[in-house]
Each structure stands twice: as structure tokens, then as C-alpha cells.
Design a protein around this ligand. Structure first.
Ligand SMILES: Nc1ncnc2c1ncn2[C@@H]1O[C@H](COP(=O)(O)OP(=O)(O)OP(=O)(O)O)[C@@H](O)[C@H]1O
Ligand SMILES: Cc1cn([C@H]2C[C@H](O)[C@@H](COP(=O)(O)O)O2)c(=O)[nH]c1=O
Length: 212
């Protein structure tokens, strides 16, 4: 593969994104692909620092627009410093969250409006969109129960939003899926890990074979 690919994984809290990305990454590497696993917000030093500010439970006064701008700033730095160079070198980049998170969480659930949040993000990403996005669909109550059971995972400021907010996030993703059926592929993340993994792997392989 001369030029790489950019693939994102989206969904509510505890949907299993990190788990499945890890499994896919291991598999693709074993098959000889160059793979970069990364996440948003974060993935590089500056963006991890921004992540700490956004997700710190003490920052209860954060204004929704400030929040949206911080996510977009972290996204910009991560894209130019890590994602784009890797794609240039032929890597398959699997990114845990990207712009759709901002559209679903800040645009839809926070009520800033999908169009306004899209527009600040367009400035940040300059048209760089994933070729494929997996949307891991889960009832937010089940997702939150999963992360509460997983004791090493620290509960952050966004996790602490009420259940209604998390339901709105899911609704936001449904809206995005309707708008972009050519890019966003829904996976039922309530199924056992092995089933979710098989479905994601099969679609990913199809996409890679098409691009080869
Ligand atoms: N399909 C599944 N069935 C049951 N448990 C699962 C499934 N997928 C993941 N889990 C478990 O749920 C917990 C959360 O998974 P994971 O960290 O992968 O979710 P996530 O989508 O990355 O969450 P977040 O975005 O909130 O960090 C982990 O303990 C994981 O082992
Ligand atoms: C990229 C991005 C993320 N969020 C939210 C979604 C989660 O609540 C946290 C990130 O935590 P995770 O454990 O790494 O999933 O941030 C958001 O609201 N907007 C975004 O653009």
C-alpha cells in the first residue's frame, strides 16, 4: 500500500472501541501491514495536555464553546503531527474518535448545532476525512455500566453527564449515520466481543483490499 488509510471508530462511552481497535491492530500487524493506533483527544503530547484540561472533573465551569474549540485544537495538532505523516508513509491509521465525536457530543448533545461545530472543525481538519468510520452502537446505560465495572478506567468529566446527555449523543450519531451512509458503518456493540470484532474485521479487510 503506497499511501495509507484513515479509519475512525466512534460511539458512546464503553461501546468497546478501544478493545476492538487493539484487536484489529494486532491482526493487521501480524498480516504485515503498517498500522498506527491512536486516539482523540490525545495521541501526542500537546493533545494529551488538552485532553487533561477538557476531561478534568474539576473543570465544571467549562463553557460548551470552549469545550468544542479545545477538542478542535487537539484534533488539529494530532492530525498534523501524527496522523498525516503516518498516512504519507503508508500506514493504516485506526483512530479512536474523530470529528463525528465533536458533532455528536458538542454539536448535538450539548446543543451547539452540528453546522457550527462542523465549521470550526473544517478549519482544523482542512477536508481530511476518514475513508471509513465504524459506529459502535450501544445503549448508553449498558456502555456506562461497562466502564464503571472496569476499575482501571478513570471516570472523566464527560462520563459524569446525566443519562439524558448520553442518550442525546447516541441520537446525534444516528443523525450523522443518516447523513453519511457512504462512510459510517453501524456495528451492534451490544454483541459479544468476538462477534463485534469479526464484523469490524471483515469490513476493514474489504476496504483494504479495495484500496490495494
Ligand atoms: N462487546 C462487549 N461485550 C462486553 N464487554 C465489552 C465489550 N466490548 C468491550 N467490553 C468491555 O467494556 C469496557 C469498555 O470497553 P472499551 O474501553 O473498549 O470501550 P470504549 O468504547 O473505548 O470506551 P470509552 O470511549 O468510554 O473509553 C472494557 O472493560 C471492555 O473489556
Ligand atoms: C474526540 C471527542 C471526544 N469527546 C468526548 C467523548 C468521551 O466522553 C471523551 C473522551 O474519552 P474516551 O475515553 O477517550 O472516549 O471525550 C467529545 O465530547 N468530543 C470530541 O470531539
Amino acid at each position: 500500500m503506497e499511501k495509507g488509510m484513515f479509519i475512525t471508530v466512534e460511539g458512546p462511552e464503553g461501546a468497546g472501541k478501544t478493545t476492538i481497535i487493539g484487536m484489529l491492530g494486532e491482526d493487521l500487524q501480524a498480516e504485515g501491514y503498517q498500522v498506527l493506533l491512536t486516539r482523540e483527544p490525545g495521541g501526542i503530547d500537546i493533545a494529551e495536555q488538552i485532553r487533561n484540561v477538557i476531561l478534568d472533573k474539576k473543570n465544571t465551569k467549562m463553557d460548551p464553546r470552549t469545550e468544542a474549540l479545545l477538542y478542535a485544537a487537539a484534533r488539529r495538532q494530532h492530525l498534523v503531527e501524527k496522523v498525516l505523516p503516518a498516512i504519507e508513509k503508508g500506514y493504516i491509521v485506526l483512530c479512536d474518535r474523530f470529528i463525528d465525536s465533536s458533532l455528536a457530543y458538542q454539536g448535538y448533545a450539548r446543543g451547539l448545532g452540528i453546522d457550527d461545530v462542523l465549521s470550526i472543525n473544517q478549519f482544523a481538519i482542512e477536508g481530511m476525512m476518514p475513508i471509513l468510520t465504524f459506529y459502535f452502537d450501544i445503549d448508553p446505560k449498558i456502555g456506562l455500566e461497562r466502564i464503571n465495572r472496569h476499575k482501571e478506567r478513570e471516570v472523566n468529566r464527560l462520563d459524569l453527564e446525566d443519562l439524558e446527555f448520553h442518550h442525546k449523543v447516541r441520537e446525534g450519531y444516528y443523525h450523522l449515520m443518516k447523513e453519511h451512509p457512504e462512510r459510517i458503518y453501524k456495528i451492534d456493540a451490544s454483541k459479544p466481543i468476538g462477534t463485534v470484532y469479526k464484523e469490524a474485521k471483515s469490513l476493514l479487510k474489504k476496504m483494504i483490499d479495495q484500496e490495494d
